[in-house]
Design a protein around this ligand. Structure first.
Ligand code: ZN
Length: 643
């Protein structure tokens, strides 16, 4: 299966692969099948949450797309198609990332022309068409979905659809009042409703089966109930039953009960999210956008994380850190790695690469959280990165490119596992020292420490012994990539003339820059020029590993002793400033590659295979290959709130 599907505007459509899906049991496959149906039934909810005109705009444009009788191969109609694809991608008329309204490549009269030559029989709101055309083409209207300019009323300047006729002050007071009765363990008030003001009175329109969005929620519940008989264990069954009860009543207390049951369920292979979860779409951070992800465990990758965790003690004992700063007993964090089987709502087509839920602070404290990495999404990103030209443009040599292609994926994952499962948990603080002592440098120092722990061990023979890598080539590929990224390619993400602000980017430049300086005399790492372009290469992997060990020891000391002065010194010297000349060169080279910055994903389709008696005997995966076709199909099959 080819990962890349198509590219338009600043967007790219990719596909993810369902690793080892065929190895799941029939029961698990059926479970995934029904959960995947439920995962798509709330699509229209999200569209309406994002903006009050979205569903009407979508239907109008899809009607034109389907029935336009004019010339389809003219440039201006192509612009129309690109605009429609962009709003499908964003689940509405605003850019999914910048939140700005998407400006179409056609004019108002072009659009009116398209509409004139289309068959609008199914559009029931004909008297509103002129207004919708204005919404689409007038840049002043509905200009930004979420605006965070705190100088003004946040609700006034944001055109999401979570509030109606309510000011920021009114909304904030309304929820502050509700929370007042609870000292702690308060439900997430406001998470599942629109707040409206009518005749001076504030009230909530709750999203539940007999309330707002009822038609879509009814379908979600229908498929969740269908899934229950195929659950893998009693706790999964109970989790779905509570979720269904919550969708029926809208009672947020039940949503907390559901979250607690969900976070406790760790035995099953299949898991899912379905509900009003993340609050980024609301400038006040109260209202949850509807989303869903259905997933199953990746046994291979999970094994890797478990092996590291089980050997956590060995790694701590053998690290180059001063014994005073080592833990006497360490427990590795066992991360779970999953494959997604279906994305829905706010996770589709644009999707996260990890999940860390629930969001409720008191539930996290009392019951913990589930944190997972999505293997098949990161794999799709990696495969795509091999074909976008970045590697050929910035890698120093053919052997380096070949090594990256062959070992880079495992190298990157192993680095992440070492960083997350062992790095952050390693080391100990001196008595009386706290993380706050490093103030604003804490997170950079902490990320530096975890990265160095990973870099030091990824080139250790122990990796081969534990069966985690086939050879030390994996570690070498990681060193190439880390140095190249830290000193050259990550500059593509910094605006011209700016310093590095983000702590992960700071820590990467700090490590690569420090190692370059310290190994300069012996040319451990070397810059060189070829055809006017700057490259960097590692000459001596063993010495570089020793340098990483040396720096790890110093960074651990800084953290353990809370040495603010040393933290500041090392971060400011190596992590912040950018070489301006190199930066300009790198940005120019990057621009030529014309890489779309955002990727979204096509979902697969599941086919039920039946025997002569109509009994389902298997569930097969079919990979879709046409974005527009999938979007039109979804509007047709899951368009439960169609205007
Ligand atoms: Zn980290």
């Amino acid at each position: 299966m080819e990962v890349f599907v198509e590219k338009f505007a600043d967007l790219k459509i990719l596909r993810y692969k369902l690793n080892a899906f065929e190895k799941l049991s029939l029961q698990q496959k059926k479970y995934i099948y029904f959960l995947s149906m439920a995962a798509r039934c709330g699509r229209d909810i999200l569209w309406d949450q994002n903006n009050q005109y979205n569903l009407k705009v979508r239907k109008l444009l899809e009607t034109v797309y389907k029935t336009y009788s004019g010339k389809r191969n003219q440039d201006i109609f192509k612009d129309f198609e690109i605009y429609l694809k962009r709003i499908w991608f964003s689940n509405g008329i605003h850019h999914h990332y910048s939140m700005d309204k998407i400006i179409p490549g056609f004019s108002k009269s072009d659009l009116l022309g398209f509409i004139e030559q289309s068959d609008l029989y199914s559009v029931t709101y004909k008297n509103e068409i002129d207004d919708l055309v204005d919404v689409i083409t007038n840049p002043e209207r509905e200009a930004k979905r979420v605006s965070l300019d705190s100088e003004k009323d946040l609700l006034d300047q944001s055109s999401m659809n979570y509030y109606n006729g309510v000011s920021q002050y009114e909304a904030e007071s309304f929820y502050a009042e509700k929370r007042k009765e609870f000292s702690e363990k308060a439900p997430s008030f406001g998470l599942n409703s629109q707040l409206v003001k009518e005749e001076g009175i504030l009230s909530e329109l709750v999203w539940r089966i007999d309330g707002t969005y009822g038609k879509a929620i009814e379908q979600i519940v229908f498929y969740l109930e269908k899934a229950i008989p195929f659950a893998e264990n009693a706790l999964q069954k109970k989790t779905i039953e509570i979720l269904v009860e919550y969708y029926k009543t809208g009672d947020l207390k039940l949503f907390d009960d559901y979250s607690i049951a969900w976070v406790k369920e760790l035995e099953g292979n299949v898991d899912f999210i379905n509900g009003f979860i993340e609050v980024y779409g609301d400038p006040l951070g109260i209202k949850g956008s509807w989303e869903s992800i259905v997933n199953y465990k990746d046994h291979e990758a999970t094994k890797r994380a478990v092996t590291l965790s089980e050997n956590a003690g060995w790694f701590e004992a053998h690290s180059p850190v001063n014994d005073d700063f080592k833990k006497e007993e360490v427990k590795g964090v066992s991360a779970k790695v999953i494959n997604v089987a279906m994305l829905g709502g706010d996770c589709h087509p644009y999707t996260p690469i990890g999940i860390n839920l629930p969001n409720s602070e008191w539930i996290r404290e009392e019951y913990g959280s589930k944190s997972v990495t999505i293997e098949n999404i990161t794999k799709a990103y990696f495969d795509d990165s091999l074909r976008n030209g970045m590697l050929e443009e910035f890698a120093a040599s053919k052997p380096e490119i070949d090594r990256a292609k062959k070992h880079g994926y495992l190298a990157g994952n192993l680095h992440t596992d070492l960083h997350e499962c062992l790095g952050h948990g390693s080391g100990r603080m001196k008595a009386g020292v706290s993380p706050e002592d490093l103030k604003n440098y804490y997170s950079t120092i902490e990320e530096t420490r975890a990265d160095l722990f990973a870099l030091y061990y990824i080139l250790d023979e122990k990796m081969i012994e534990l069966g985690l890598v086939p050879s030390l080539k994996t570690g070498m590929a990681e060193y190439d990539a880390y140095i190249r990224n830290g000193l050259i390619s990550q500059l593509t993400r910094i605006e011209p003339g700016k310093d590095i602000e983000e702590s992960h980017m700071r820590n990467r430049q700090l490590i690569a820059g420090w190692a370059y300086e310290k190994g300069r005399e012996n040319k451990v790492i070397e810059f060189f020029k070829q055809s006017g372009k700057t490259f960097i290469k590692v000459n001596d992997y063993g010495s570089l590993r020793n340098l990483f060990g040396e720096l790890l020891s110093e960074i651990q000391r800084i953290k353990s002793e809370g040495d603010y002065k040393a933290a500041k010194e090392i971060v400011e010297t190596y992590g912040v400033k950018v070489d301006n000349k190199l930066h300009v060169e790198v940005l120019a080279r990057f621009k030529k590659l014309d890489i779309a910055p955002y990727s979204g994903f096509l979902n697969p389709e599941f086919n039920l295979i039946k025997d002569d008696h109509g009994e389902v005997v298997d569930v097969c995966v079919e990979y879709a290959d046409d974005f527009a076709k999938q979007m039109m199909d979804y509007s047709e099959r899951f368009g439960f709130l169609q205007p």
